[in-house]
Write a new protein. Structure first.
Length: 119
């Protein structure tokens, strides 16, 4: 039983359009047929804004609720890590304090943003 593969044609070996066969070396990204790697070049998008920041046009302001709930998730994660490290604290009391602090932060943030809109 002969298990050899047929030789690729010139068109297939050069990687020409429409070539149906590919070798393992051709399938690796960024590598040429000789085995040398080609440097990756990136071209910045033509639509990249020059100025990024809070004052850039077309950007929505950060919502207070997003920041507060992100902080809540972060504090819960830190608390879980502390528990896993062996820290001992009252979890129920910590959750009550965290929810109360989040509520106060949400109320304060909404009052501040309402004050800014009036001006």
């Amino acid at each position: 039983m002969d298990t050899t593969l047929p030789e690729p044609t010139d068109q297939q070996a050069t990687g020409a359009p429409g070539a149906t066969g590919s070798t393992e070396r051709e399938s690796r990204a960024g590598e040429t047929l000789s085995g040398a790697t080609t440097p990756a070049t990136t071209v910045p998008a033509a639509t990249t804004p020059a100025a990024t920041g809070a004052g850039a046009p077309g950007r929505w302001p950060v919502r207070v609720g997003t920041v507060v709930w992100g902080l809540v998730v972060m504090v819960v994660g830190v608390g879980l890590l502390a528990l896993a490290a062996g820290a001992v604290f009252d979890v129920e009391l910590a959750v009550i304090a965290l929810v109360a602090a989040a509520g106060v932060a949400l109320l304060a943030g909404s009052l501040v943003s309402a004050g800014r809109r009036r001006r």
